[in-house]
Design a protein around this ligand. Structure first.
Ligand code: ZN
Length: 358
């Protein structure tokens, strides 16, 4: 039996505060500086090497003790979906492009923070009162929307990113915030760097530009050239009680059921040895877990597993509801169990895992 290191540990007040700072920070793809700064501050005292690469990834190495240790890459993306101001129409009105996948339905009427100074604004739409006939039934076209900072104070400019102006809160056993996809993964990875076990060389990549096609992870995996990779993300839970009465075949993960281990998604077939190893670890240490339902979506694993000569990869997510919208909800217990599963799995990892049959 494997001994559990953190099985009884709870998410601390300090860890919630860190998640709060990460969730409230603005880091739309390509402008991840605010999250990068928090990450650097947290990991520097605990790392052997810290580097910011050409694209803005934070690459952290923590060596184990001994020779011929497994090089284990852990990746968590720092960026979030959002907007980019593209044209100044005057009077505080800006046209914008969407960065990453966001639906127009989630945009109209929402408060936003713009640029590095979090300038408040709103996403405007033609008032319903002025609509004609079937206008009210028409789906919203992103082209009809604009950002209004009412009026300009000269601090915002074309090229600035904007995010939903949602302040983080703890709601009983849950947390609510924007960008919990993937600040939950970032917070988890910070913790794993702080408590890196001695049996592996830990290579932590806090990646950029995942939401627009995992551009940062591609170069991070090349640089690290690891033996295997575990990708930490947050995946949508579609587990509403309306479908709970019967067998729910529509959820892909559920809140409260523990970390979601990926078997496959739109971009990756996870390495079967790593899936098996994570399940064995969870079962031996009595950590709840769930298998994410196959289907759409993807993580940085999509590019990492195809790097160099192929890198065995698996993704593990904290499930969350309403990702890529103004506010997500996740359970603190799922975060805690994800952290425990990964800490336990890493601390017992040996080259045997990859020598096993597929
Ligand atoms: Zn994500």
């Amino acid at each position: 039996m494997m001994a559990s290191q953190q099985n009884s540990s709870q998410i601390s007040e300090e860890q919630i505060k860190l998640l709060e700072r990460l969730s409230n920070a603005c880091a739309v793809s390509g402008d991840e500086g605010e999250v990068r700064k928090i990450v650097l501050n947290e990991v520097k005292p605990h790392a052997d090497e810290v580097k910011v690469d050409a694209l803005g990834n934070v690459l952290v190495t923590k060596h184990g003790s001994g020779e011929h240790l497994l090089r284990v890459m852990l990746a968590a993306h720092m960026d979030e979906v959002g907007l980019m101001l593209t044209h100044d129409d005057g009077d505080g009105i800006y046209r914008f492009d969407v960065v990453g996948s966001l639906s127009a339905n989630d945009l109209a009427g929402k408060a936003v923070w713009i640029g590095r100074e979090h300038i408040p604004g709103v996403i405007g739409l033609k008032p319903l009162h002025l609509g004609h006939g079937d206008d009210r039934k028409k789906p919203i076209d992103i082209e009809e929307l604009h950002v209004d900072v009412g009026p300009a104070r000269g601090k915002e400019k074309v090229g600035d990113r904007a995010t939903f102006a949602t302040t983080f809160m703890q709601l009983g056993p849950s947390v609510r915030g924007k960008a919990l996809d993937n600040r939950l993964g970032v917070a988890t990875l910070i913790e794993l760097v702080k408590h890196a076990p001695p049996n592996i060389d830990l290579q932590a990549a806090f990646t950029v530009q995942e939401e627009i096609g995992s551009r940062g992870a591609r170069v991070a995996a090349f640089a690290f050239n690891p033996d295997l990779a575990i990708i930490l993300d947050s995946t949508p839970a579609y587990d509403l009680p309306a479908w709970d009465a019967d067998e729910n075949v529509r959820y892909n993960t559920r809140l409260g059921a523990g970390p979601a281990i990926y078997v496959s998604d739109a971009g990756t077939l996870s390495d079967p040895r790593l899936i098996r190893y994570l399940i064995q670890t969870a079962e031996a240490d009595k950590i709840p877990y769930q298998l994410r339902q196959p289907g759409g979506g993807g993580t940085d694993a999509a590019v990492i597993h195809r790097q160099r000569e192929g890198i065995p990869s698996v993704s593990v997510s904290v499930p969350g509801r309403y990702h890529h919208s103004p506010a997500s909800i996740a359970r603190i217990s799922d975060w805690q169990h994800t952290l425990t599963l990964l800490a336990d799995a890493l601390s017992h990892l040996t080259p045997d895992v990859l020598a096993a049959e597929r």
